[in-house]
Design a protein around this ligand. Structure first.
Ligand SMILES: NC(=O)c1ccc[n+]([C@@H]2O[C@H](COP(=O)([O-])OP(=O)(O)OC[C@H]3O[C@@H](n4cnc5c(N)ncnc54)[C@H](O)[C@@H]3O)[C@@H](O)[C@H]2O)c1
Length: 363
């Protein structure tokens, strides 16, 4: 261990966050250095993507893995899935080409050692092709092509869940879930953002978009008539809904001053800089829709591969539709408990796990 890792007290960290298991795999023959964090398996096997990136040091990788796996527990729980939370991080250049296949075959062997306690999927730096390589060795890799019996691209489902959430949020703010004429500032028109833009335009909303990718902007404008603003101006757009669909932490002390929206509702993970933003959001009377609740469409679709009878559209679509009801329930409870929506969402997710654990114990 180097000194950076020695600084992080793994057992104390795991105890604080409630992880069940953290495993490190090291196979220098194929350049594999990986951490698998299993946060909770009370509801079912821990599902979460495999992130591949160069980390500044091992502490950063461990922190990423612990934090993200904990988040997956709450996301799956609140989405009503019989799945737990996990995540894996491979500490390698995500652009590597040579030896990539061997690396993922080895990682798949590692997953077999975990015997289904953790199921991996595509994430930042990994692809459906990597998942397909792992499937040659293990059944504990999800999110592969529809034509091969998998769940396919999760993005349309994520976008649908966010769209349903926008309807619930506008219903609460303006008394109607009709999005016609509503102005939406959409940050990022990638996989999720572009599907969301299409749904919003079909619903009659006026959408202002930004992106760092010129081709994406051209498509948004040409195909959906989106208005374009520079990335530096999106937070100051006078709108009903600000929808972050690019990167995390875009709601921070700098942007909150400029936001002119009634609702924050988007697909990105970790939209708030942290709990320090709760008061600032409330002070502006903005309704915040907890990101891990409303962007669960993707995990619902991927998790659908493990549903009884395998992936099927009706099952997935029913659960994604239900995000609308879940958000209403969270916002009701938020008022009752006088707590920020994100806090309540985590409480409800934990309550479901606790009840299930108690039921299992009393059997
Ligand atoms: N794909 C899914 O199903 C899914 C599920 C849950 C959460 N998410 C989260 O939603 C977000 C978007 O996911 P995606 O799959 O659409 O990713 P993506 O990479 O396809 O799209 C992201 C888009 O944001 C743009 N972008 C990057 N930096 C930007 C910036 N500073 N300002 C404006 N635009 C910027 C990129 O050019 C790209 O077009 C991510 O935070 C992701 O973690 C995605």
């Amino acid at each position: 261990m180097n000194s950076a890792v020695a600084d992080i007290k793994i057992l104390s960290e795991v105890q604080k966050r409630g992880h069940e298991q953290v495993t490190v795999f090291y196979y220098p023959q194929v350049g594999l250095k990986a951490i698998v964090a299993i946060h909770n398996t009370v509801l079912g096997p821990a599902l979460g993507g495999c992130r591949m990136r160069i980390y500044t040091d091992e502490t950063q990788a461990l922190d990423d893995c612990l934090r993200l796996s904990e988040g997956m527990t709450y996301k799956s729980s609140i989405a009503g899935l019989d799945l737990g939370g996990g995540k894996s991080c491979i500490l390698t250049d995500p652009g590597m080409k040579e030896g990539r296949r061997e690396l993922f075959r080895q990682f798949a062997e590692c997953l077999n050692h975990l015997d289904g306690r953790y199921i991996t999927a595509e994430d930042m730096g990994t692809s459906v092709e990597d998942v397909m390589v792992m499937r040659e060795i293990t059944k504990f890799a999800a999110g592969f092509a529809r034509e091969k019996g998998g769940s396919g691209d999760p993005s349309p489902w994520t976008a649908r869940g966010v769209f349903n959430s926008m309807q619930a949020a506008t219903e609460r703010k303006f008394g109607s879930k009709d999005l016609r004429g509503r102005r939406v500032a959409l940050e990022g028109v990638g996989h999720v953002g572009m599907y969301l833009l299409k749904m919003l335009k079909e619903a009659g909303a006026k959408v202002v978009v930004c992106d760092v990718n010129k081709a994406a902007l051209e498509k948004a404008q040409a195909e959906f008539g989106a208005e374009i603003v520079p990335t530096t101006e999106i937070h100051g757009v006078d709108c009903d809904i600000y929808s972050p669909c690019a990167v995390g932490q875009t709601v921070n002390p700098d942007t909150i001053k400029r936001l002119k929206c009634a609702v924050i509702c988007g697909g990105a993970n970790n939209q708030l800089l942290g709990p320090s933003m709760y008061d600032a959001v409330l002070a502006k009377n903005i309704l915040y829709c907890p990101d891990f609740v409303i962007n669960a469409g993707g995990v619902i679709s991927v998790g659908g591969e493990y549903a009884p009878g395998g992936w099927n559209e009706t099952w997935v679509s029913g659960k994604v539709k239900n995000i609308y009801n879940t958000l209403h329930r969270i916002l009701d409870e938020s008022e009752k408990r006088n707590k920020f929506p994100e806090v309540v969402a985590i409480e409800l997710a934990k309550e479901r796990i606790k009840e299930t654990a108690e039921k299992k114990r009393s059997r």
